[in-house]
Write a protein that binds this ligand. Structure first.
Ligand SMILES: [Zn+2]
Length: 269
């Protein structure tokens, strides 16, 4: 989604958003600025049963993760999706199927009950990749955000059924070792989810699906997005390096030093 289209959308919705009465709404607007003006605050309560506890913050984060996919160059047309999971309500929020990214709003995400797979938004069909998202949330209980893309350089490795080798310190930092690649898996039932569980590396928050693309996950949609962006970034650098000849692997004990520093001491805590 272009910045211009976001701002145009914002200007259309600003008046409506400014009239929102709840203190939560006002707090979100205050905290997060102009992008929040495009939220349709009334839609969530209309779309899900009253017994469900909706999560406006998570809706916003899932919408933002979806907006970031084209903005980060990870998707072409509709070839990717982002979701988020709230364990308190048991609800998964996910990109609507086939919807242009600049049409996505926090209020028009598809909503699904994780336990049963029931879609609570009858007028909004979820991404066709829903089954894989649900399977991962059920089987990786710490995960709160999932991204799927066909980003170009990472998917080039997937086309060759090759992992991204651990030959950059940035790969050690973020992924703790090579980014694995599954063999080709069909799209039926839980086959993709099961393959991700089987072939993933324990601490590596992303995997390549052979002949297909990328799945990335994290403790939030924002962290899943970071993993998806970093997969593409390092895949691009490694692909460029491969034009020079064979790449040099970093030994596991050295990868450990980088991973430990980045995961445990980097940043502001
Ligand atoms: Zn796909």
């Amino acid at each position: 989604m272009s910045r211009e289209s976001v701002e145009n959308d914002c200007s259309l919705e600003v008046g409506r958003a400014q009239t929102a009465k709840s203190s939560l709404t006002k707090a979100i607007l205050r905290e997060t600025g102009v992008a929040q003006a495009i939220i349709d605050f009334r839609a969530p309560t209309m779309l899900i049963p009253k017994t469900e506890k909706d999560d406006a913050n998570l809706r916003l984060e899932v919408a933002r993760a979806n907006w970031a996919l084209p903005a980060s160059g990870l998707v072409t047309m509709h070839s990717g999706n982002a979701s988020g999971y709230d364990p308190e309500s048991g609800l998964v929020y996910i990109k609507p199927s086939g919807m242009d990214y600049d049409q996505i709003k926090p209020g028009n995400l598809a909503v699904v009950r994780l336990e049963t797979g029931e879609v609570l938004t009858p007028d909004i069909r979820p991404s066709v990749d829903l089954a894989h998202h649900l399977f991962l949330y059920k089987n990786l209980p710490e995960v709160r955000g999932i991204i799927h893309t066909h980003s170009n350089y990472a998917t080039a490795f997937a086309a060759a059924n090759k992992p991204v080798p651990c030959c950059l310190t940035a790969i050690c930092d973020e992924f703790g070792g090579e980014i694995p690649c599954t063999p080709y898996i069909d799209n039926e039932g839980e086959n993709i989810g099961r393959a991700i569980l089987k072939y993933r590396r324990e601490r590596t928050p992303a995997i390549l699906l052979g002949n297909h693309g990328v799945f990335a996950w994290g403790s939030s949609p924002k962290n899943a997005l970071k993993a998806a962006v970093m997969v593409e970034d390092v895949a691009r650098t490694v692909w460029l390096a491969m034009q020079l000849g064979p790449v040099a692997a970093i030994p596991p004990e050295e990868a450990e030093k980088w991973y430990d520093r980045y995961q445990n001491r980097y940043g502001q805590g």
